[in-house]
Design a protein around this ligand. Structure first.
Ligand code: ZN
Length: 304
């Protein structure tokens, strides 16, 4: 059985869309711990993750929650839990799907790419995470993208950075590994994206109850899972909505006046939503250059 079949069986009302606490891939119910019959739908169950999080009182085990909502005894709950199946992640209908076009060829990171990353302070676990978690690849000397209209864009000697949404690559950007190239980032043109990279948050797949918004992928890699990038300080409405759905959200933009103004605006907008919003200011230029101590203190404040 699935979680929603159990809800049906015990006649527990639930919502998957149309309420401000709903988000794609989650089922919302009244929290049996802090809002029984409140019609507030504070508690969410993540369909593909199998865990629960309440907007107000945060995480609860599936065991204790099922006990509360079904009123069954321990042995019956254990039986239910054993048979529980994961449900599939339904793609959001409002996301307009385009055709993803990838640069070619893409290869494993070369010595030049690794040197660039090491120079930026990525080593050990963080370096292996870049490959394993963030699926970063290399654009070699001949890498380019050919758009559906036949336009060719040269992407030689760059890091290939995919935007992954629900486990799938939906868009991408690239970053030069040479300090002499003026165009630091070249992103997928709109006709090469399945979903616009400004409609989603880079790194959102690895968040649960909290997310810290930063400017770019490199900041996310430094911060680790739980950090998301808006791809620049000019965040979009879709990104505000996506952020508003986390119970705890942080904002940590670069340490310069314009970025800080933008960070304060984003925090103001997010404060209108239920949950907690925290503004982080760091001593380093950006999170990509932040010290391990600064990152630890942000992670601790967000409980990630
Ligand atoms: Zn609750």
């Amino acid at each position: 059985v699935t979680f929603t079949e159990i809800l049906d069986q015990y006649q527990v009302p639930y919502l998957t869309e149309g309420h401000r606490h709903c988000r794609a891939g989650w089922v919302q119910i009244d929290c049996p711990f802090c809002g029984r019959n409140s019609d507030k739908y504070h508690m969410g169950y993540k369909l593909d993750g199998g865990y629960l999080s309440c907007w107000k009182c945060r995480g609860h085990s599936l065991y204790s929650t099922l006990m509360e909502i079904t009123g069954e005894d321990a042995s019956q709950i254990s039986k239910l839990l054993k048979g529980i199946e994961r449900e599939t992640f339904e793609p959001k209908a409002r996301e307009k799907k385009g055709e993803l076009v990838l640069p070619k060829p893409l290869e494993a990171l070369t010595k030049a790419h690794l040197t660039y990353l090491e120079d930026r302070g990525f080593e050990g676990v963080q370096l292996s995470e870049l490959i394993r978690l963030w699926k970063v690849q290399a654009c070699g000397p001949f890498t380019r993208v050919k758009t559906p209209e036949g336009k060719k864009i040269n992407l030689a000697w760059r890091l290939f950075i995919p935007f992954i949404n629900g486990g799938e690559i939906v868009s991408w950007t690239t970053r030069t590994i040479s300090e002499k190239v003026s165009l630091r980032y070249i992103s997928a043109p709109p006709d090469c994206e399945a979903i616009s990279h400004k409609d989603i948050l880079y790194g959102q797949d690895y968040c649960s109850h909290a997310a810290c918004a930063v400017e770019g992928p490199i900041d996310v890699w430094r911060g680790g899972p739980g950090f998301v990038a808006t791809a620049g300080t000019q965040y979009t409405r879709a990104q505000v909505n996506a952020l508003s759905r986390y119970a705890i959200r942080g904002v940590c933009f670069d340490n310069e006046p314009e970025a800080q103004r933008s960070a304060r605006m984003l925090c103001d907008e997010l404060s209108a939503f239920p949950g907690k919003t925290l503004l982080f200011q760091i001593d380093s230029k950006d999170l990509g250059e932040a010290s391990a101590k600064e990152i630890r203190s942000i992670r601790r404040a967000l409980r990630i």
